[in-house]
Ligand binder design. Structure first.
Ligand code: PEP
Ligand code: MG
Length: 538
């Protein structure tokens, strides 16, 4: 048995086999070959396998989420048969006499660059697809002979690193746990794991040879066991049972009010990224959705989601929540949440860079499409909208102008919509400090303590080395929260917290003393927070 200690990202225990996930074999070996016919045959076999995989993926996705979502794999299948792409690979194998994986890798780079340079937006978006199919083919070619672990059973996903776009694309029913080498506890991949209630560890010395081996992830204490011995397995199964029992105990709080001992009522909402999370939120008895991170719809895809696709997702969540409030946050892309197809330039300081509302106010087509989708969905439930990364009153006024323009458009087109609440995230010190002025512009504030801590303390939330400095309990952060609540209330806004701190049970009482109106937490934390609120003697 091997035992490793890392950092806990998301609690609970998982027991299962390891699936080692590598984004891309970074180093594609270039080898001289002597038999080009045999090498071409290897390529053709890989292409056949890829064809089967794509067909299977399409079938599954059509079955689970509908035909439109499966269409992307249809595009992949077509691109893989492209005559120019195949001729390029053949030339490299037959003329340059190099191995198939290297030829495919080079073809992927060549055609992705070609597509990315095109004027037409549709073709530019194909760059990501061509990279994707090349990766698939390289994966098949390089995995020949490796231990064949098919991902039919739920497994523990072990990876050097995982970015949010990869995490959201994984089939959650197949993921028992995440274990990564890189990554911070405050990153979005970590938040996703917590939202999905999947145990997760980081800062682990991951090894490719673990692929297929039995392991135990102890998400609560940060320990990974590879090839666990029988006594460890039995002990961890007992813990697992205990955890499940404690979770069951909490279920008793379903249907109960989130109210302190002396009757102060708190709205207890959940943070979600998609429709499945909304189901979890309902299951955990959340009273609404306090943060719908809409950017995950953008990250799941290889091109901008259309108005119709967005509308369908927002509508599905609004309908699912049956009149309970659903606060949709507009696209917060940038920093660690990157969508290749947007073609954003690499930045020296991405967290303080071109992200969120800055992109939206700049690229109005994208913003208006999203606003239209949100307003169209507003008639299917109780929808509200909020905007991330605000730093000025001018931004909010510009947003309001855009909203008015979109509403006018919808009126002209006789598309129904509701007048919905508008709010902003208070997640920069600038916004907290001018929250008195901002309160006059909107209906509510939602405090994003993850970014508020990062920017107040000048600590990159992505950097695991800085975790000891990332202290959201710092008096400076708490003072800004208090100031925001007071200013919000004075200006007629209700104020909530949707950052991870909202689920910090050691602060529940303090937040209530400050006068907070709403707490929005990952679905698994809804009932623990309800319990904490009910224990507050205020
Ligand atoms: C936050 O910054 O606290 C927040 C809720 O937004 P995100 O974590 O998505 O940046
Ligand atoms: Mg944020």
């Amino acid at each position: 048995m091997e035992r490793y200690r890392g950092k806990s990202v998301s609690p609970n225990i998982a027991i299962g086999r390891i699936w080692f996930y590598e984004k891309e074999k970074c180093q594609i070996e270039k080898r001289a070959i002597s038999d080009s016919a045999a090498e071409w045959k290897r390529y053709e076999d890989a292409r056949n396998t890829a064809r089967d995989q794509l067909k299977e993926l399409m079938r599954k996705i059509e079955e689970e989420v509908g035909e439109t979502n499966a269409a992307i794999f249809d595009v992949h299948a077509l691109l893989m048969e492209d005559a120019d792409y195949n001729a390029y690979i053949r030339r490299m194998i037959e003329v340059q006499m190099v191995n198939a994986e290297y030829a495919v890798h080079e073809a992927g780079i060549h055609f992705a660059e070609m597509f990315a340079a095109m004027d037409d937006e549709y073709f530019r978006a194909r760059a990501a697809d061509i990279r994707d199919i090349s990766q698939r083919l390289v994966g098949i070619l390089t995995d020949e002979g490796a231990e064949n672990v098919s991902w039919d059973e739920p497994m523990i996903v072990v990876a050097p690193d995982l970015v949010p776009s990869e995490t959201v694309q994984m089939d959650r029913a197949k993921v028992l746990a995440f274990v990564t080498e890189k990554g911070s506890v405050n990153s979005h991949a970590a938040i996703l794991a917590r939202t999905m209630n999947i145990p997760a560890l980081t800062s682990m010395p991951v090894k490719r040879e673990w692929n297929g081996r039995l392991a135990i992830v102890d998400g609560s204490s940060g320990i990974l066991y590879v090839d666990p011995d029988l006594p460890t397995l039995e002990r961890m199964r007992r813990y697992e049972k205990k955890e499940k029992k404690a979770a069951l105990e909490l279920q008793k709080l379903k249907g109960q009010e989130t109210v302190t001992q002396y009757g102060k009522k708190i709205r207890l909402y959940a943070n979600i990224g998609n429709v499945t999370d909304a189901e979890d939120a309902l299951f955990q008895d959340a009273e609404g959705i306090g943060l719908f991170r809409s950017e995950f719809l953008y990250l799941e895809k290889n091109s901008l989601p259309t108005e119709k696709e967005q509308f369908e997702s927002y509508r599905a969540v609004a309908e699912k929540m049956k009149g309970k409030k659903v606060i949709i946050r507009t696209m917060d892309i940038g920093a660690d949440k990157q969508a290749d197809y947007l073609g954003l330039e690499k930045e020296e300081n991405p967290a303080m860079g071109y992200r969120a509302i800055r992109i939206c106010l700049d690229q109005q087509e994208i913003f208006r499409t999203q606003l239209r989708a949100i307003y169209r969905a507003s008639v299917y439930g109780t929808v509200a909208v909020m905007f991330p990364m605000i730093i000025s009153v001018e931004e909010v006024r510009e947003i309001k102008r855009q909203i008015e323009a979109v509403k006018e458009e919808l009126r002209q087109e006789q598309i129904p919509f509701e007048e919905i609440e508008t709010g902003i995230m208070i997640e920069t010190p600038a916004a907290a400090l001018i929250s008195d002025e901002l309160a006059r512009e909107v209906d509510f504030f939602s405090i994003g303590t993850n970014d508020l801590s990062q920017y107040t303390l000048a600590v990159d939330r992505q950097n695991p080395q800085l975790e000891r400095f990332f202290d959201p309990h710092h008096p400076a952060v708490l003072r800004l929260i208090r100031m925001t609540v007071e200013n919000g209330h004075r200006g007629g806004c209700w104020v909530g917290i949707c950052g991870e701190l909202a689920a910090d049970l050691t602060l529940t009482e303090e937040f209530i003393r400050m006068g907070i109106d709403e707490l929005s937490v990952s679905p698994p934390m809804v009932l623990p927070v309800r319990e904490a609120v009910r224990n507050v003697a205020l």
